[in-house]
Ligand binder design. Structure first.
Ligand SMILES: Nc1ncnc2c1ncn2[C@@H]1O[C@H](COP(=O)(O)OP(=O)(O)OP(=O)(O)O)[C@@H](O)[C@H]1O
Ligand SMILES: [Mg+2]
Length: 304
């Protein structure tokens, strides 16, 4: 089966005249199977937008090979572009109305009939906004219009750069539901970037953590949770001076909330309470949980 995306040893160096070069990607290798939602997750400046732009043939990497739907992305760029699309940011030009914008972009793909435009308008629930100027829409509806645009050419692979950035939680949820529904209905591959762990967990079949231009880990969210040795966490409300806390387990402090990462929470809890008591710290409450994707993310983002 042809993979939706393959990328081998991809490097990207941004060269500027006045400042030092920025190495945005350092040898990225990635395989995206056909028919899945694949998430690129990472902190600011990790290289997510750079990578997704390269995969969508918008940027040419400094080095490396990218294949999309089995084709060399930079030797067969035209052919690749016919079968993919990207939605990045919430922009449309010239203060046009939603319908006009979509019709214009459809024409760029040689689609002259109205049906395709009407279909995406209804698919992305834009009926009541079709005659509004794009600039006058709420951020959520702008995002919907941008997504609609990315589906005009009936793409097999769609790249979405931060599809829920700057949206309120309700609208973000709506957009996520829309992405899931459309992925199923159209039976396509989606590659998206996100900062939001929950979003990655909800939407993505596989997730790659990207940090400093490298893939730090890749897998399903369950696999990633197993990636760290510690599989459970204990959240303790503590009282006392925690500024010089020393501990045999990895931990995170946030005010008087102490999160300790352990292999087996039930087994570890008594010794943790004793260790804290020895340092004059009392435990007011303790809660045991499985680790979250966020814990893995923080560990990977902080680790070297
Ligand atoms: N056009 C450019 N010229 C020079 N440097 C750039 C350019 N675009 C990005 N960079 C740099 O490359 C690195 C990766 O940026 P990129 O935008 O790909 O990261 P990101 O993971 O998408 O970040 P964010 O989460 O903030 O969107 C950063 O250090 C950034 O400053
Ligand atoms: Mg970005």
């Amino acid at each position: 089966m042809v993979k939706a995306v393959e990328c081998r040893d991809v490097w990207m160096v941004y060269r500027t005249f006045m400042e030092k070069d920025t190495v945005a990607l350092r040898g990225v290798n990635l395989d995206v199977e056909d028919g899945i939602i694949f998430g690129l997750l990472g902190p600011n400046g990790a290289g997510k937008t750079t990578l997704i732009s390269i995969l969508a043939t918008i940027l040419i990497p400094t080095r490396g090979e990218v294949r999309v739907l089995g084709m060399d992305a930079f030797k067969n760029t035209r052919k690749v572009r016919e079968r993919i699309n990207i939605s990045s940011g919430v922009r449309m030009p010239w203060g046009m109305k939603v319908y006009e914008c979509l019709r214009f972009y459809a024409m760029c793909y040689g689609i002259t009939g109205r049906k395709v435009v009407e279909d995406v308008i209804s698919e992305f629930e834009l009926e009541e906004h079709r005659n509004k100027r794009f600039d006058d829409l709420s951020t959520g509806n702008k995002q919907k219009a941008n997504l609609a645009r990315a589906f005009l050419n009936n793409p097999e692979v769609v790249f979405l750069d931060e599809p829920t950035a700057n949206l309120d939680p309700d609208m973000a949820k709506k957009i996520r539901e829309m992405i899931l529904r459309i992925k199923e209905e159209r039976d396509i591959t989606i590659v998206l970037t996100t900062h939001n762990m929950k979003e990655a967990e909800l939407l993505c079949d596989r997730i790659a953590f990207i940090k400093d231009g490298k893939i730090a880990a890749e897998g399903t969210s369950e696999e990633l949770k197993r990636y760290t040795k510690m599989s459970e966490r204990i959240i303790l409300k503590v009282r006392g001076d925690v500024s010089r806390l020393s501990f045999p387990y990895p931990f995170r402090l946030d005010g008087n909330s102490l999160t300790v990462f352990v292999e087996d929470a039930e087994k570890a809890l008594p010794s943790i309470v004793i260790k804290l008591a020895e340092q004059g710290i009392n435990v007011e409450s303790a809660k045991m949980e499985e680790i979250t994707l966020e814990d893995v993310f923080i560990e990977l983002a902080e680790g070297s």
